[in-house]
Design a protein around this ligand. Structure first.
Ligand SMILES: CC(C)(COP(=O)([O-])OP(=O)([O-])OC[C@H]1O[C@@H](n2cnc3c(N)ncnc32)[C@H](O)[C@@H]1OP(=O)([O-])[O-])[C@@H](O)C(=O)NCCC(=O)NCCSC(=O)C[C@@](C)(O)CC(=O)[O-]
Length: 302
């Protein structure tokens, strides 16, 4: 089976990873984390979310973060923008890419962004238009594509329908997200195939959480289909505030270890990612959730 020879990893730790932390993570720590990640070689880092601070307090420092990072030429620094208010904030903060985020499940859409899927698409329209006017990349993220904490199963047709709606809004890239980490490899392939039917495969990404320990297997299954963009979070940080019990994104170190072993090029230095993971884990006062990261750290110990 031919797998892609190159993969883009979108590092989402500073946003998806940290958004659910109860204790305030100061802007300077987030800035240091983003800068360590850009130094490690990521071409795309999700650094901010311009959402309501009442809904997600941890993201209230997004402007400070975007102002404080040392921007590395060529790196795309992304920010979540649920509406025009968020877009304007992202524009002022010089985001390179804005992310509209919807859901394949009606129930999750209501809990996460307080509106139906159809209403969310209507809200995204002016954001998409404004992004195009300003020449800013537009990414669409589709939560609960593999299962929903509130409604359970999510039909494949619902996934391809939302993908098509995001395509029609002009998204440059679309993420298919397993918000609660319930997918298993064959199901992952079925969902990805439903997305591929509606959008060019080279601009589709897999965003897997590792709640049930299936994320790497799901990434491998997606690679088999030809998907070549994946999201991951350094030290496996994360969990969604609107998905109870959901653990972090798949750990970047684990994904890199697997891709390196498969001979797939990412342009990212695993050792530097391990350092970044150790840095943020030390700040948070707990061991990182990456198996590969912890194994590599243990090997380094004298
Ligand atoms: C979408 C809204 C704003 C609707 O929230 P709402 O209450 O329906 O909106 P509203 O328009 O009525 O505004 C209410 C208040 O929010 C303010 N507001 C309104 N918009 C903004 C904004 N952009 N930035 C800052 N403030 C904002 C607005 O100014 C107002 O302030 P007030 O007058 O009460 O003081 C709210 O539901 C929200 O912010 N939700 C955020 C949810 C979120 O961030 N979830 C996590 C990210 S998604 C995710 O993690 C999943 C993903 C992407 O990783 C993929 C996966 O794994 O599934």
């Amino acid at each position: 089976m031919n797998l892609p020879t190159q993969v883009k990893i979108v590092e989402v730790g500073p946003r998806d990873g940290l958004q659910n932390e109860k204790e305030d993570v100061p802007a300077e720590v987030k800035i240091a984390l983003v800068d360590r990640l850009s130094a490690a070689g990521f071409a795309n880092i999700e650094a901010a979310a311009f959402v309501s601070p009442k809904w997600v307090p941890q993201m209230a420092t997004s402007r400070q973060v975007m102002d404080g990072i040392a921007r590395k030429p060529g790196v795309i620094y992304s920010a979540l923008t649920p509406n025009l208010q968020g877009f304007e904030a992202a524009l002022a903060a010089r985001a390179d890419e804005v992310v509209i985020f919807g859901s394949a499940s009606e129930a999750f859409s209501q809990r996460n962004i307080n509106c139906s899927i159809a209403e969310s698409i209507a809200r995204f329209e002016p954001v998409a238009r404004a992004a195009k006017e300003h020449g800013i990349r537009l990414r669409g993220s589709i939560s609960t594509a593999f299962g929903c904490p509130y409604q359970g199963e999510v039909p494949l047709a619902a996934v391809s329908d939302v993908v098509a709606r995001m395509r029609d809004l002009g998204c440059d890239e679309i993420d298919i997200a397993d918000t609660i980490g319930v997918a298993t490899p064959r199901h992952a392939q079925a969902v990805m195939a439903a997305a591929i039917a509606a959008f060019p495969i080279e601009r589709l990404s897999g965003h897997f959480h590792d709640t049930y320990g299936q994320a790497l297997a799901n990434i491998y299954a997606s690679l088999e289909l030809g998907i070549a963009i994946f999201h991951s979070s350094v030290a496996g940080l994360g969990g969604c505030p609107y998905a109870k019990g959901a653990t972090g994104n798949v750990a970047t170190e684990d994904v890199l270890y697997m891709l390196n072993g498969l001979g797939i090029d990412t342009g990212i230095d695993l050792d530097q990612v391990v350092d970044a993971g150790a840095y943020i884990s030390q700040f948070l006062g707990r061991k990182g959730a990456s198996r590969a990261g912890n194994a590599l750290l243990a090997k380094r110990a004298p």
